[in-house]
Design a protein around this ligand. Structure first.
Ligand code: ZN
Length: 364
């Protein structure tokens, strides 16, 4: 285990290229695709487990890091291990204070990286199944979000269905959320796509829509029927955003449709310890060139080697051959795709434009 961790450190420090680091540091940023359960670091897991009197199946933080960095013999084994590790990790979350702490800890990092706005996804079903009250999750997360305002960071919540769980359980979640409707902006769909296509959720999305939620859905990368699933999410679930969705570049008509509707796509060029560079950049570059509203996101920053948005952007800029204008545009895409009132979005976009202009002036 020790050897794995050392090789990760070595790879990260010697092979990942970086670009525009100075420019990126203070660039106003937004992130629309981030799972709060995926922000948990080994240190947080140990601290919260200790507080809740839970015995983790690991001896130390180093052991947790080694387990999350375990690559496996192939991609399928990696994914299986990753999800098992992910689900195991969230079991330590029991109280409103746990949820408040992880939200605030993450938003503190956002503050340090000048991530001005974040839409944070959370998965209620695995928590409520363990006996955690829906209200404790929301009260905790919202407390963290409210406290982070003082740091200059604004955030909203997206409630996600675990698509591999029974639809009945998702309907119960929607019912549970009623008293907290005004504290949750969006409704999404994540977890295992294989065998759980968008058509499984038609009635559920119709109900969420009727309750006024903003709608998004994960269309994971290179899944079976990936392009058809994006279409189904747009046409049948009537989402206004797609999480991932980068297989859209395989279908010109779909790209035109996404452009026409101004759909925001939240790409995640995250990388694992075994990768030498950000993944999927070729397709994200094409999306950017086609002027799709594509954004860059960290997805599960506590679990991937790529880390948080601010940490991953220099390598993403290098691998995507993005100029400073391109990077500013990617952030403008995120602010324009944000589920905020028009004037708030415009104000953030203006901030990005002003920053870019001031940066250029300083270098003439
Ligand atoms: Zn995701």
């Amino acid at each position: 285990m020790q050897r794995l961790r050392d090789s990760f450190t070595f790879r990260k420090s010697t092979t990942l290229k970086t670009a525009h680091e100075e420019f990126l540091k203070s660039l106003p940023k937004a992130e629309l695709h981030l799972h709060i359960e995926g922000t948990l670091t080994p240190a947080q897991k140990c601290a919260i487990a200790r507080r809740n009197g839970i015995k983790l199946p690991y001896e130390s933080e180093a052991d947790i890091l080694a387990a999350q960095n375990y690559i496996g013999k192939d991609a399928a084994e990696y994914l299986k291990n990753f999800l098992a590790f992910y689900n195991e990790g969230m079991k330590i979350l029991r109280t409103a204070q746990d949820f408040r702490d992880i939200a605030l800890d993450h938003l503190r990092v956002c503050g340090a990286e000048n991530v001005r706005y974040a839409e944070i996804s959370f998965d209620p079903q695995p928590h409520t199944d363990r006996g955690v009250a829906f209200g404790a999750i929301i009260e905790g997360l919202r407390a963290g979000i409210d406290e982070a305002k003082a740091l200059g960071v604004e955030a909203q919540l997206i409630m996600c269905i675990n698509r591999d769980m029974p639809v009945d359980s998702a309907f119960r979640m929607l019912e549970d959320s009623k008293p907290y409707r005004d504290r949750i902006i969006g409704f999404g769909l994540d977890s295992l796509e294989e065998g759980n296509p968008p058509t499984k959720f038609l009635d559920l999305y119709a109900k969420a829509r009727s309750e006024g939620y903003r709608l998004t859905a994960h269309c994971d990368v290179d899944q079976t029927d990936a392009v058809a699933h994006i279409r189904d999410c747009l046409d049948l679930l009537k989402v206004e955003r797609i999480d991932h969705g980068i297989n859209c570049v395989e279908d010109e008509r779909l790209v035109d449709q996404l452009l026409e509707r101004g759909v925001c796509l939240t790409a995640c060029p995250t990388w694992r310890p075994s990768d030498t560079m950000p993944r999927r950049m070729d397709r994200i570059r094409v999306m950017h060139e086609r002027k799709l509203k594509v954004t860059i996101n960290s997805d599960d920053p506590g679990l991937f080697a790529s880390g948080t948005l601010g940490a991953m952007l220099p390598a993403v800029a290098a691998e995507g051959r993005f100029s400073e204008e391109d990077l500013a545009q990617l952030m403008i895409n995120a602010f324009e795709g944000a589920w905020l009132p028009r004037e708030r979005r415009d104000a953030y976009v203006e901030e990005v434009r002003d920053y870019l202009a001031a940066w250029k002036r300083a270098r003439i």
